[in-house]
Design a protein around this ligand. Structure first.
Ligand code: SAM
Length: 255
């Protein structure tokens, strides 16, 4: 899997790419991450990437030309018609995009290439969402000052779903939002249709509670069933706890 990150702050990614699972995935060539300085695709003395909004209003808007040029240097327009392009996503990070969920991460993890465009200022000229990006994605209902954190988050969550990235593959099957523990429902994305993938994603429920030693801490005991050695009882207890926690913290997942 190859990630390309287009940003005006290339140094930003030094941290997120250099720790834990993402770092190991890069070292073992499971993923490649290439960071591109958007200003390298400008042609004026000031390396301008933004301009005033048509129609007035506050702030500056990121211009089309450098963004199209940056993406097209990676994926030439004519290659969009090739079968390989079906395995590429061009993601515009945007507070006004479709919500990124675990189902989105699972879909992205099957691709060969993800290009992410990090916005800044008041946002990005709408023609990028309309004519360049395949997906306009928001990581949550809040506004960040730039798309870099969102891109790092997506890269992280997608990478850990690539087979081999996480030591024990079961870790990514039995966890919060996993398809495994779920109802089948998914409002995830028209791109699914574009790419002919399964329309059955799942938002899943939350993970069950985990405990480790000591068995008693400040008078708070680990539930006895977990020390019983009875795997069936433990399985049933965990299922019940996962449901209870979902009901308490994320009732929306239960519909
Ligand atoms: N004016 C925009 C709005 O109200 O939707 C917000 C622009 S924000 C200050 C600048 C950039 O941060 C956006 O272009 C986008 O790339 C990124 N960004 C902000 N919030 C985001 C979110 N929730 N998810 C993904 N990207 C986000």
């Amino acid at each position: 899997m190859r990630f390309d990150l287009i940003t005006i702050f290339p140094e930003f990614f030094a941290g997120p790419l250099d720790y834990g699972i993402v770092r190991r995935a890069r070292e073992t060539n499971l993923i490649e991450a290439h960071v591109h300085d958007l200003r390298a695709f400008t042609h004026d003395r000031h390396r301008t990437v933004d301009d005033r909004p048509f129609g007035g209003g506050e702030g500056m808007v990121m211009k089309c030309e450098p963004l199209f040029e940056a993406v097209e240097s990676l994926v030439p327009p004519e290659s969009r018609a090739t079968p390989e392009f079906a395995n590429t996503a061009i993601v515009l990070l945007s507070a006004a995009g479709k919500l990124f969920r675990q189902a989105t991460a699972r879909r992205f993890a099957k691709l060969d290439r993800i290009i992410m465009i990090c916005g800044r200022y008041e946002g990005v000229d709408e023609r990028v969402a309309q004519h360049l990006a395949t997906d306009e994605i928001s990581i949550g209902d809040y506004v960040l000052s730039g798309g870099e954190l969102a891109a790092a988050l997506i890269l992280d969550s997608v990478t850990r779903l690539i087979p081999g990235a996480v030591g024990n593959a079961d870790s990514t099957v039995n966890e919060s939002f996993s398809a495994h523990a779920s109802q089948e429902r998914d409002n995830d994305l028209p791109a699914i249709e574009r790419r002919g993938a399964s329309a059955n994603g799942a938002h899943g429920i939350l993970d069950y509670p985990h405990y480790t030693r000591p068995p008693s801490f400040r008078g708070w005991d680990v539930p006895e069933v977990l020390m019983s050695g009875n795997h069936e009882h433990i399985r049933v207890w965990r299922e019940k706890q996962a449901l209870e926690k979902t009901r308490r913290n994320r009732p929306d997942l239960l519909g």
